[in-house]
Design a protein around this ligand. Structure first.
Ligand code: WTA
Length: 650
């Protein structure tokens, strides 16, 4: 890995927070921001401890804010007890928020549902009783594989209520990927649906589940929500319908208090090597991170209608559709389907329909919407919007300007939020009432987070020097472990700088104002449409096909998705390297991992560039995939001829 990263981006525009916005904001000036940073710097534990007392409801107060006895296994809020679902529901029920909308849901076909805090609490109580009845107890893992319907957050909160640890698997993943995650998590119970609506058709989920469960003999129960009404096979003794299960259940279920370190959820994410990592998140620290950033970064107010377009199968949906908004007593909009169904203006139609005030989406979606033309946003009234956000990948300044002008009407600040599955909360982001924003920069760390850009030895770099992005102190919502593999947790995140700093694979630079500019991944992880995919996983999927001998996968530039997937494939002797095989292999990867992992390009080759020790030199393949000249050193290459022949075949 090289710490010398060339920066090519130069952007000089700056936009100050509008005065009226700043006046009403939770954090309304740079002075207020720097005061918070200074307090955190001087009294780190006092800072986070006060916030934890202010923002969370504890059934037993904690006695120690941060235990650093056994790094990197940090413990937050020792001695305390709380329940996450009680923080998201019960504490609002004794206030005027009881009948406030918690979730405003839009189905793709146009059906809608609104659940008040009271109604949501009852549904969660009923379903928690169902889980209890199935023998689920504190610490058990429950896998959830569902479309974007209200029952998904209901299932998550029901797990949290009884202290079970949920693991949501994105509904776009294949049966194989689902099986791997169920096995890794050791789950005995699965919550799913017949299917969900996507691009006008009923996408089957239960069929995938049936396939996956063939390899998961430990799963004794699958609870199946009827969403689309499509034909499904129900296995006697194992499968039960959601509606049958909740019939007659009491809406009341006492929340089980848990230790703040108790794992609230496991979420699988890609790393550069090996199988996906089960990122383990805590209860207390995680919820504090989600709650505070919901207020600082999204400036959430009781009168806001807030919409994050992510899927709950990713961390963004966990922190900023479910836990953050609900803990704050906010109204969170949730949409089931595709952004362009039934027409290219669907998102803007939903903004108009619900008078959405805060809108959070990914740069990949913004770029796709730019291409569809301005007539779509112009058809709808977007004047309710007051704040926009992005997440998942660097946003190019052109897309930023379009978002700012065409969607935000030049009136809404944009919060470009840098964070990760592992960080649980926003780490680097503008606070919209305080931070002057620059298109393409995630700006400054949120108060209480100490981020820096360093060289390979861990020395801070000067302005505009590209290097490695690190976090210098443990923070409340940080990853606690890789499920079942503490060594991997230590090596992956704390190995780079001898345990001193957290490092999760991004390159960055800080400009002369201390603003962070994220430069993307420095490891073998591809960021496709804001979703991390390990090249390793795509390679294993390709090699699992019986015509493939070897494969190497790298990212390549892609206008729409940010990065595309480029696969170099060596086939077996009898294979016919034609378009039909390309299609077969792409479909095969979709089946093994899911459609998002389908290679955009497949190039057949006889050999791959390797070092003498047999390591594939992906750096060289990246140059070829991007159509660039080979850059950097090729002296460790075993056979220089392979590069020649790879290029010739172009
Ligand atoms: C990238 C998503 C630039 C980054 C919440 C990170 C970003 C990875 C930004 C985490 C941003 C996320 N600007 N890059 N605002 N936000 N990234 O785990 O490479 O799915 O490491 O979490 O996405 O992706 P993950």
């Amino acid at each position: 890995m090289s710490a010398e990263i060339e920066s090519v981006l130069h952007e000089n525009r700056v936009f100050d927070p509008p005065a009226a916005f700043a006046k009403a904001a939770r954090v309304g000036s740079m002075q207020a921001y720097t005061d918070m940073v200074a307090r955190a710097d001087k009294d780190y534990e006092g800072y986070w401890g006060d916030l934890a007392r202010e923002h969370l409801t504890w059934s037993k107060p904690f006695t120690k804010v941060l235990n650093q006895d056994n790094p990197p296994f940090f413990k937050w809020f020792e001695g305390g007890e709380l329940n996450v679902s009680a923080n998201c529901l019960d504490r609002h029920l004794n206030s005027w928020r009881k009948n406030k909308a918690a979730i405003v849901w839009e189905g793709e076909p146009g059906d809608t549902r609104t659940l008040t805090y009271q109604e949501l609490a009852h549904e969660v109580g009923r379903f928690a009783n169902v889980l209890k009845g199935k023998g689920v107890t504190k610490g058990d893992r429950v896998v959830i594989y569902m479309p974007m319907v209200p029952e998904l957050p209901i299932a998550m909160l029901a797990c949290a209520r009884i202290g079970a640890t949920h693991s949501v698997v994105f509904g776009g993943f294949s049966a194989e990927a689902l099986k791997d995650r169920i096995l890794d998590a050791g789950a005995k119970i699965l919550i799913t649906a017949d299917g969900g609506w996507r691009r006008g058709s009923a996408v089957a989920l239960k069929v995938m589940v049936d396939d996956a469960l063939k390899g998961c003999p430990e799963v004794s129960t699958a609870i199946v929500l009827k969403r689309t009404g499509q034909e499904v096979a129900m296995q006697e003794g194992r499968d039960v319908w959601w509606h049958d299960a909740i019939a007659g259940q009491s809406p009341k279920c006492d929340p089980v208090p848990v230790d703040p370190e108790h794992p609230l959820f496991i979420l699988y994410t890609s790393g550069s090597t090996g199988k996906p990592k089960g990122v383990v998140h805590s209860s207390g620290g995680y919820l504090l991170g989600a709650t505070t950033t919901m207020q600082w970064v999204f400036d959430i107010k009781d009168e806001d209608t807030y919409w994050c377009t992510a899927d709950i199968g990713w961390v963004t949906g966990h922190s900023y559709i479910v836990y953050g908004p609900l803990a704050c007593g906010a109204t969170s909009v949730m949409y089931e389907g595709a952004p362009t169904t039934p027409h290219a203006g669907r998102l803007w139609e939903i903004v108009e329909k619900h008078s959405v005030n805060i809108f959070y989406t990914a740069p990949t979606a913004i770029r796709a919407l730019v291409k569809l033309g301005d007539e779509w946003p112009h058809k709808f009234d977007l004047s309710s919007l007051r704040l926009l956000g992005t997440v998942g990948e660097p946003i190019n300044p052109e897309a930023w300007m379009w978002y700012y002008k065409t969607i935000g009407g030049e009136r809404c600040p944009i919060v470009d939020t840098w964070w990760q599955t592992e960080t649980g909360m926003h780490m680097i982001s503008p606070l919209p009432g305080a931070t002057p924003i620059k298109p393409g920069s995630a700006t400054l760390p949120v108060p209480g987070i100490f981020a820096d850009v360093v060289d390979q030895e861990g020395n801070s770099l000067g302005p505009n020097q590209g290097g490695l992005l690190v976090i210098k102190r443990p923070w409340p919502s940080m990853i606690r472990n890789v499920y079942g593999d503490p060594q991997r947790y230590k090596d992956t995140y704390w190995g780079e700088f001898g345990g001193k700093y957290y490092f999760a694979g991004d390159g960055a630079r800080k400009d002369e104002d201390g603003y962070f500019w994220i430069m993307g991944r420095v490891d073998d992880v591809i960021n496709v449409s804001g979703h991390r995919l390990g090249t390793m996983e795509v390679e294993s999927a390709l090699v699992s096909h019986d015509q493939v001998a070897e494969a190497a996968v790298v990212g390549c530039p892609d206008d729409l998705k940010g990065e595309g997937i480029f696969a170099f494939v060596i086939t077996k002797g009898d294979a016919k390297n034609d378009d039909a095989l390309v299609k077969t292999l792409r479909d095969h990867v979709a089946k093994e991992i899911g459609p998002i992992a389908k290679p955009d390009h497949i190039k057949f080759t006889d050999a791959l560039p390797k070092t003498r020790s047999g390591k594939i030199m992906r750096r060289l393949l990246r140059d070829i995939a991007a159509g660039r000249e080979t850059r950097g050193d090729t002296s460790t290459l075993e056979d220089a001829g392979t590069l020649e022949s790879l290029r010739k075949g172009e």
